[in-house]
Design a protein around this ligand. Structure first.
Ligand code: DGY
Length: 366
């Protein structure tokens, strides 16, 4: 019954039971200090209703919510449709969502005026209409910091996989294309002595820069809306977007997606890059004009690209990008470590619980 597709189920029914049949929480939940200090005991009659839009949320987050809330969770492996979401959120006190859910005025109104909090299990919040939330006085929580290391690691992995042609090399082993050792076969491009340009030196951009410094890069450039004082830590120079494009051997998109950055990596931008440039994107697919990227890769205007994010997601298997040897595409796994995803779920739950208790969320979007 629990596994039936599209069915919603009360998660309080899924709690582990003690010998006497009373629900008990796991060790992690019992020892979490924030859990103990922050959550007011609510009688079952007054338990707030929290709707969770995805079936695959780490248990650590759900356990926190279950202690004091009535949690209802989407149970299908298929992403919840807009229609289902609008239907299921009626009367809830808080919404636990992910980056594939569009949160706008229509959805907030469908929840009803009793809605007190939205928590997204992501650092990016381009799927949320913040103006609509502000107009309705709904605080929105997100998950910065806890996924920074995981995402920075993946960005570096993608950069190396692309520049040193790891996927092509591994493919050649499997296909039998691997012949005797040849001096110029499968040569890529090293990081040593290179210039790296990061567009958007925020938390993740900075963490990427820190990881790249030990590779012996010569220059680290960054651009964005404004200078970041923390750039000193990695000896990064603030430059214009044009300079970053023209002078970098590696161009990394680390910016958020918003009206200013939408498709900022377009035909014009790729034209300004070096013909040997490698472009890496682990932020949002929407910052790239994908047709322009395809053309730039196909024509040799730039050397290669590594993408952890695309438009749309999932990228259709017949996307022309997937026919290119000089393009490595990963399925949006930047934050996909067990630790990071657990921490993201826990922080989302803590954000929601704080708002339900009338307190400031630990990580609230301003
Ligand atoms: C986020 O949190 O915004 C990431 O894209 C998910 O890894």
């Amino acid at each position: 019954m629990l596994a039936m597709r599209g069915q919603v189920i009360k998660l309080s029914h899924l709690l582990r039971r003690s010998a006497r049949g009373t629900p008990v929480l796991n060790e992690a939940t019992r020892t979490c200090p924030l859990q103990q200090s922050n959550i007011r005991n609510m009688s079952s009659a007054s338990k707030p209703k929290v709707y969770v839009t995805n079936y695959d949320i780490p248990k650590k987050g759900l356990d926190l919510l279950n202690k004091s809330c009535d949690v209802v969770q989407w149970q299908s492996r298929e992403t919840i449709t807009r229609e289902q979401l609008i239907k299921n959120v009626k009367g809830i006190d808080a919404l636990f969502c992910i980056l594939t859910d569009k949160i706008d005025g229509t959805l907030l109104d469908a929840c009803g005026p009793q809605l007190k909090a939205v928590g997204t299990m992501s650092v990016g919040y381009d799927h949320i209409d913040m103006k609509a939330c502000k107009e309705r006085g709904i605080p929105v929580g997100f998950t910065p910091d806890v996924l920074t290391d995981a995402t920075a690691e993946l960005t570096v992995a993608l950069l190396l996989a692309t520049s040193r042609r790891l996927m092509e090399g591994a493919g050649a082993v499997r296909s039998g294309e691997w012949g005797m050792w040849n001096p110029q076969w499968m040569c890529g491009q090293g990081l040593h002595h290179s210039t790296v340009g990061i567009f958007g030196l925020g938390r993740i951009g900075l963490a990427v820069a820190k990881r790249l410094r030990p590779f012996g890069i010569s220059r680290l450039l960054y651009s964005g809306r404004k200078e970041n004082p923390a750039a000193k830590e990695v000896d990064a120079e603030f430059v214009s977007f044009d300079t970053l494009l023209r002078e970098s051997d590696f161009v990394i998109a680390g910016c958020a997606l918003n009206s200013e950055t939408k498709e900022i990596f377009n035909e014009d931008a790729f034209k300004k890059m070096k013909p040997t440039a490698i472009f890496v994107n682990s932020s949002r697919g929407g910052v790239v004009n994908q047709k322009a990227l395809y053309d730039a890769l196909k024509s040799g205007q730039i050397r290669a690209a590594g993408l952890d994010v695309t438009t749309p997601e999932p990228l259709p298997t017949d996307s022309p990008l997937l026919d290119l040897k000089n393009c490595v595409v990963l399925p949006h796994i930047g934050s996909a470590t067990v630790e990071a995803r657990n921490a993201m779920a826990e922080l989302t739950a803590r954000n929601i619980l704080a708002a339900l208790n009338g307190e400031q969320m630990p990580c609230q979007i301003e």
